[in-house]
Design a protein around this ligand. Structure first.
Ligand code: PLP
Length: 287
């Protein structure tokens, strides 16, 4: 089926959607994005994604051509027009098209470019990987130092996914100069030891995951002890469980790190329970 996508206020068949070759998103990766998941035809944690979008834009002195109410209406329109029950909405805002290439930012009143499209993933909530778990390798984190801003500079994460594929596994977790895990290529990384759930603290060195924030809240409500601190791959080997979180994954068990099993080498009860709680609660709150 041909998707209907959104470009600067218009809904178009995907083959007709166009952006200028001078767009700063294309030439400079000068743009930010958000990915919001859809369950039961409704948006999951839309408010969290919009708040982070405003933050990313503000950090880069950019503005959004569309206000929050219109963004919500546009997301809903894309879901309806494309008949999405489960899947994702990708939204990208760039600094726009100044008509030529220059390192300097264009005038602040140049309208940005805004595009969005749907991805239909019918079995997203029942992803088979949630039953088997993911295998990851670790690789050095060679990204720039402001990965808390959700920019479209995704070349290194893309290389990380390819490194994982070449190694016959599902994903890469990045490690910092001290050897501690920062996060996954497109997800936040967690381990579980007894009743303790551990994930790296917020800083400029990880994306402030919207799923991470929700899972922290649900974990505390479910009486888990939560530690926001760095952990190493070695600590992951000695952990009972590990998992990754992202809007595209929800809570996804990780069963192997660098060829060594985590815990039993199978998805554990904590990740499985947190996934269930996350899906239940977020479905109730979906809009
Ligand atoms: N970390 C990185 C580097 C990501 O790219 C993503 C999502 O794309 C996440 C973490 C998870 O963020 P969220 O839970 O908001 O999807």
């Amino acid at each position: 089926m041909t998707r209907t996508v959104y470009v600067n206020g218009d809904y178009l068949p995907e083959g007709e959607a166009k952006v200028s070759i001078f767009d700063r998103g294309f030439l400079m990766a000068d743009g930010v994005y958000e990915v919001t998941s859809v369950l039961d035809g409704k948006l999951i944690d839309f408010d969290g994604h919009v708040k982070r979008l405003w933050r990313s834009l503000a950090e880069l002195e950019m503005t959004c051509p569309v206000g929050e109410a219109d963004l919500l209406a546009m997301h809903r329109e894309l879901v309806a027009r494309n008949g999405i029950e489960q899947g994702m909405i990708y939204l990208q805002v760039t600094r726009g098209n100044p008509g030529d290439r220059s390192f300097l930012f264009p005038a602040a009143d140049l309208p940005g470019t805004i595009v969005a499209f749907t991805q239909d993933i019918p079995n997203m909530a029942d992803a088979p990987a949630a039953k088997t778990g993911l295998k990851v390798i670790t690789i050095p984190d060679l990204r720039w130092s402001r990965v808390d801003i959700k920019t479209v500079q995704l070349l290194y994460p893309s290389m990380g996914k390819m490194a994982a594929k070449k190694a016959g596994v599902d994903d890469s977790w990045f490690t910092d100069e001290a050897g501690a895990v920062t996060e996954g290529t497109s997800n936040n990384a967690w381990i579980v030891k007894g009743n303790r759930i551990i994930t790296r603290a917020l800083g400029n060195d990880i994306l402030h995951g919207i799923t991470r924030a929700a899972v922290l809240r649900f974990a505390r409500e479910a009486q888990f002890e939560v530690e926001e601190r760095a952990f190493t791959p070695e600590e992951a080997h000695g952990a009972d469980e590990a998992f990754s979180t992202a809007a595209s994954l929800f809570v996804m068990p990780v069963v192997e790190v660098d060829g060594k099993p985590v815990g039993t080498g199978k998805p554990g009860p904590v990740a499985t329970r947190l996934r269930e709680i996350y899906l239940d609660e977020m479905r109730k709150a979906a809009i």
